[in-house]
Ligand binder design. Structure first.
Ligand code: ISE
Length: 338
């Protein structure tokens, strides 16, 4: 760290990478954006040029090795995560890896095992919902015990639309993965079984894409979680969560902007997408990462959480394909060598 600020490099300048670049360059305390990299080198160059003192580096692995980069945000597509996170671990550089950690359980486990060979944890996984003030409040409420034991959770996750090529299993691995993580976190226990079903798809989805989907999780402690994921609603970004406990229930994500009455109707604004709905969560997540990294620590979701989510999603894709519920089995959790 030169001037005491954490010098951050970002891999991937798509929607999320560009959003994080702007966040780190303009709003996050204690950090300085110094470099960005993307196989789309022109795009990386253009993004770098919008901020003072930010370089575009053509090769992502070069960015990781760069002496002027203290810590890395991996915001590239999921298929690139394993190699990039591995390179960060080998260079002993702290990394915030966007979700999903990787696209399948075997590669996620390799990262868990590799990290555990080091002196200390280095990876935070970007499950940003844990930093959302509403989710955090719900977690506090359930943990307080005032509602008794949590019996069921009902999740709704809707996107206005998707990028081209967002096929059926991406709805599990890239979208439902948020519900997988948040459910494990809210219950404080693992998902034991997953069953994913799909009604006749919306005609708005691309040919062959099973959208929407319904996933049912059975928790290790016997709780049941229902999830609707619908990624081509054409409406906006809607994420709701209702936890039903023995002595009450609590719902978040109802939207709380001004109630606008105009032209014979009344309503509130629906966010456009996740960057809009979870802007505060992303700010808090990146600030927590920067603060922890400067202290030499890691907070928030771990590689183990990323691995557990990948196992559930791999089982979810199997369930979607076979039509049957699939049991979830995790490998033994490695402990740090030193
Ligand atoms: C996207 O990658 C996200 O992480 C969003 O939160 C989710 O709603 C969307 O479906 C994903 O594609």
């Amino acid at each position: 760290m030169s001037d005491g600020l954490l010098r951050v490099g970002i891999l991937g300048v798509g929607r999320m990478g560009a959003d994080h670049a702007e966040r780190i360059a303009t709003r996050i305390n204690g950090a300085r954006l110094v470099a960005v990299s993307d196989p789309a080198t022109e795009r990386a160059g253009e993004l770098a040029a919008t901020f003072a003192g930010v370089r575009a580096v053509d090769d992502g692995l070069e960015l990781i090795a760069d002496d002027e980069v203290d810590a890395v945000v991996v915001a590239s597509p999921g298929f690139a995560h394993e190699e990039q996170v591995l390179a960060c671990l080998e260079a002993a550089k702290p990394v915030l890896c966007e979700k999903p950690l990787t696209l399948d359980s075997a590669s996620s486990l390799r990262l868990v095992e590799m990290e555990a060979k080091g002196a200390r944890p280095l990876v935070q996984v970007g499950f940003m919902r844990r930093f959302d003030p509403e989710y955090a409040e719900l977690k506090r409420l359930l943990d307080s015990g005032s509602l008794g034991r949590t019996l069921m959770v009902h999740n709704t996750h809707r996107n206005k639309d998707t990028l081209p090529g967002f096929v059926s299993d991406m709805i599990v691995r890239d979208s439902l993965v948020h519900e997988v993580d948040v459910t494990r976190w809210l219950f404080g226990e693992e998902i034991a079984q997953i069953h994913v079903m799909a009604p006749t798809p919306t005609s708005v989805a691309d040919e062959g894409v099973l959208d929407p989907q319904i996933a049912i999780f059975t928790m290790a402690g016997g709780g049941i979680v229902t999830n609707e994921v619908f990624v081509n609603t054409g409406i906006g970004y809607e994420v709701r969560c209702e936890a039903v406990a023995e002595r009450g229930n609590a719902t978040i994500g109802l939207g709380s902007g001004p109630l606008l009455r105009q032209d014979n109707s009344a309503g509130t604004r629906i966010p456009e997408d996740f960057r809009d709905r979870f802007a505060t969560a992303y700010d808090l997540e990146i600030q927590a990462w920067v603060d922890a990294t400067r202290r030499g620590e890691v907070v928030g979701p771990t590689t183990w959480d990323g691995y557990a989510a990948a196992v559930v999603c791999t089982a979810g894709v199997e369930s979607l394909t076979t039509g049957r519920p699939v049991n979830v089995e995790l490998a033994p959790r490695p402990t740090f060598a030193v």
